[in-house]
Unconditional design. Structure first.
Lengths: 555, 266
């Protein structure tokens, strides 16, 4: 049956082609990407008798190299009037991404020259599927009427105010009523860095009256508070029309449109009344906690608590608060250091919390608090589960350890939560405020003063040495010969009696200091005695002095 | 001249050695004011979250100041401020550690003693006996804090050197008696300081609970069924395994090993 239909279809197709004249069709193969040579196909339907001149292919009055690929005939029996399809392959230089028009290609078939119709093709960005708008826009309405217009609209679609974790759409709309090749396209929405991009931009075209509208939407997520200015956004391009040969005829004046700066204010979450369990969840949460099947467990036996959360606008970033920081968990339950990852199914995120009681004194799974921020009311919403009674059985050998203080057994979970409520009392503690002088520390109050011991000892040694030197000096001075001094004194004396006494003392001292007496000295001393104590006082003092001087020098 | 140049070189060397002792870093007044301001904010806050934020900021500031402060500077008040801040943040083990450090600077600090008692009360710890009686007597810390004894030693050393100098130059019985007297006084203060240094043990405070192990290994047997609690003060006897484990002695006299990450030296 299917074969029959296919045969009929082929016959019908063959007859319909046979009824047509010579046709030339040229097209660029689909899925062309930027920066790669473009490959195209020329399909010529012609009678077998009319030969195609392979060297006659031209595009925009320039020669085009086209390679023969194959010939397809419609019937097995060949005759001169049978139509055949000749397929040629050609290549064009690489182009940047955008929409383009393949101009008319001419070729000589038989004696006449035939032209293909201009067609469009798209060069895509490598790895992207969305069509690009950044180099050309091509109108859908035909024929073109009205004043050539190019208008860029830029706006932000999303909640106001925006809080971290919320998403919004950055939207461009390009209104135009002519085919335009864009020469300038500055569209900062598409390259925003301050906000987290969610996927690639989405592009769609639609008709709005006489205008074709190209809408580009980039979804972003606010990741941090702040004021971000995007823009201005600008597009500029040249309108063109195609002549009968498929060539573009550009308008001389460019069309330009500029959209003003868009300011996005991402507000921080209010600090006031922020619950301790808040970790960035946004929206009104709907939380379902499934109670464990058995509430009687052994110590360290894992209890699974499935939690399903919906209603969060940032479901992907939603995490459970750290249970170890919540009252009644730490010390009573072993909790994994890694938070449960959660799994999203539809609009619900499922978490599986695992707890293992550490003591037989644990009487309940405490109230679990999850909070979120509702941007609509700008209030925090707190959800608390009801405590789940639990009986934890100890292992037999640990039974005797149950005797613990009564106070530990009566831990009131509600009271623990009360502790984490906003209002707190001042702690009675004597405050200590610091000033730079508090760090001052006298040098003498530090171990550094121990340096004084070697330093002082050194000074004492120095003094001892000096003292020894002084004593030695004194001793030396004491042992110096006195005789020359006495002689000097005697030689200066004018009074004869005193001079003689002095000379006598000088020579006696000299003898005392080691001079050996000799007859000459003895005789001289006798003459001094005679001068001092004798009757004859007639002597010349100056002669005595001269003689004494000479005598003193003798050995 | 040779004699003088020899001694001059020695004096010059001593002065060079003294340079690090005399160098003091100045703590920025602005940083201190900021820490005080945060602390005041924390005290005035009525909401738990705001209070914690303010005290956390104060703590960050104080820790930075602690990092900048030199060992030669008086850190008694800084340790008190850190102890108080940790107390306000309900980190009682850390508060105990810093109160003990403040008491090391000044054993008679009433603020440190009160804070320590309160923090120990919060953790359910009994006030620990500081040292055995004999060691307390011999360490002299309760008689007179170490800085004061250093000051006394300084002045007595000055007088000793003066008296000895006098005796060197004037050898009279009176100068001899004076020199002997001041030498004895200086020796006494030096002895108390040395005894304090020798008898004061290296102590540490547990900042997290841990078991007491028979060997420096987590797989080893534990010496007690009850873990050592945070805020507990122990004596450090030795380090093991490149400092990752400490050999300690509890006030009950049990000697064992604990991981060094659970403990901080006072």
């Amino acid at each position: 049956m299917v074969r029959g239909i296919a045969l009929l279809f082929l016959l019908f197709y063959a007859f319909s082609i046979a009824a047509q004249d010579i046709t030339v069709e040229a097209s660029i193969n689909p899925s062309q990407t930027q920066n790669n040579p473009l490959s195209g196909t020329i399909t010529i339907t012609h009678p077998r008798s009319s030969l195609v001149d392979p060297g006659s292919f031209k595009m925009e009055a320039k020669s085009l190299n086209a390679a023969f690929v194959k010939q397809v005939q419609f019937s097995k029996q060949s005759s001169a009037d049978d139509l055949i399809i000749s397929i040629y392959h050609f290549e064009l230089p690489a182009q940047s991404k955008g929409l383009y028009v393949l101009p008319s290609i001419s070729v000589k078939i038989g004696d006449a020259v035939y032209h293909s119709y201009p067609t469009t093709y798209e060069v895509k960005e490598a790895g992207k599927t969305a069509s690009s708008i950044q180099t050309a826009v091509r109108t859908k309405n035909d024929p073109k009427t009205g004043t050539p217009t190019l208008y860029l609209e830029a706006f932000v679609k999303g909640p106001t105010p925006v809080f971290p974790g919320q998403r919004m759409q950055l939207v461009y709309r390009i209104w135009y009523n002519r085919d335009i090749d864009l020469s300038v396209s500055s569209l900062p929405f598409l390259y925003v860095k301050e906000l987290k991009k969610i996927g690639d931009e989405q592009i769609r075209d639609f008709q709005e009256g006489d205008f074709t509208v190209q809408e580009i939407i980039q979804e972003v997520e606010a990741s941090q508070p702040g004021t971000f200015r995007l823009g201005p956004s600008v597009i500029e391009g040249y309108m063109y029309e195609m002549d009968e040969k498929g060539q573009k005829i550009y308008q001389t004046d460019p069309l330009r449109s500029e959209a003003p700066v868009q300011e996005i204010v991402v507000s921080p979450f209010p600090i006031e009344n922020q619950p301790a369990s808040f970790n960035g969840a946004i929206g009104k949460l709907n939380i379902q906690l499934t109670k464990p099947s058995s509430t009687t467990v052994l110590i360290r036996e894992i209890i699974k608590l499935p939690i399903a959360i919906s209603g969060a606008s940032n479901l992907e970033d939603l995490h459970l608060p750290d249970l170890a920081c919540q009252p009644g968990f730490s010390g009573f339950f072993a909790i994994s250091d890694l938070p449960p990852p959660g799994q999203i199914e539809g609009q619900i995120k499922y978490f599986n919390v695992e707890l293992a009681p550490l003591s037989s004194l644990t009487t309940a799974i405490p109230s679990l608090e999850i909070s979120s921020f509702d941007p609509a009311t700008q209030q925090y919403v707190i959800w608390r589960s009801t405590p789940i009674p639990l009986t934890v059985k100890a292992f037999p050998k640990q039974e005797k350890d149950k005797k613990m203080s009564q106070s530990e057994q009566e831990i009131d979970i509600a009271a623990l939560w009360k502790n984490s409520e906003d209002q707190v009392d001042r702690i009675d503690l004597e405050a200590v405020y610091l000033s730079a002088s508090d760090f001052d520390r006298s040098f003498i109050q530090t171990a550094a003063i121990l340096w004084l011991i070697p330093f002082g000892a050194l000074l004492l040694l120095l003094q001892l040495r000096l003292q020894n030197m002084w004593t030695a000096y004194q001793q030396k001075r004491k042992n110096r010969p006195m005789a020359p001094q006495l002689l000097k004194h005697a030689l200066k004396e004018k009074d004869p009696q005193k001079a003689l006494k002095a000379l006598q003392q000088a020579f006696l001292t000299q003898i005392q200091e080691g001079r050996a007496p000799n007859p000459t000295l003895q005789q001289f001393l006798e003459s001094i005695d005679a001068g001092l104590y004798g009757q004859n006082k007639d002597f010349l003092l100056e002669d005595m002095k001269k003689k004494a001087h000479v005598l003193f020098q003798e050995p | 001249l040779k004699f003088f140049s020899f001694y001059l070189n020695k004096i010059r060397l001593l002065l060079l050695l003294c340079i690090p002792v005399f160098s003091f870093a100045s703590i920025e007044e602005a940083a201190l004011e900021q820490a005080n301001a945060y602390y005041r904010q924390g005290e005035a806050a009525k909401q738990r979250l705001l209070r914690q934020k303010a005290f956390n900021r104060a703590l960050v500031q104080l820790k930075e100041i602690e990092r900048q402060a030199l060992p030669s500077q008086n850190q008694e008040k800084l340790d008190l401020a850190l102890g108080n801040t940790y107390f306000q943040l309900e980190e009682y083990a850390w508060a105990i550690l810093y109160y003990y450090r403040a008491l090391n600077w000044n054993p008679n600090s009433q603020i440190a003693r009160q804070g320590l008692e309160k923090a120990q009360l919060q953790l359910g710890l009994n006030p620990q006996t500081e040292l055995p009686f004999l060691e307390q007597i011999l360490s002299f810390d309760f008689w007179l804090p170490l800085p004061q004894r250093f000051a006394l030693l300084f002045w007595s050393l000055i007088l000793t050197f003066l008296a000895l100098s006098l005796w060197i130059w004037i050898k009279r019985p009176l100068t001899k008696i004076l020199a002997l007297l001041f030498t004895i006084v200086s020796s006494f203060w030096l002895l108390t300081i040395l005894l304090s240094s020798l008898l004061t043990p290296v102590e540490a405070v547990l900042i997290d609970s841990t078991g007491l192990y028979q060997e420096p290994d987590r797989q080893a047997n534990q010496l007690s069924t009850n873990p050592l609690l945070p805020g507990f003060k122990v004596r450090v006897l030795a380090t093991e395994k490149e400092g990752f484990w400490l050999k300690i002695k509890t006030p009950d006299g049990i000697i064992g090993y604990i991981p060094s990450q659970e403990i901080r030296l006072i």
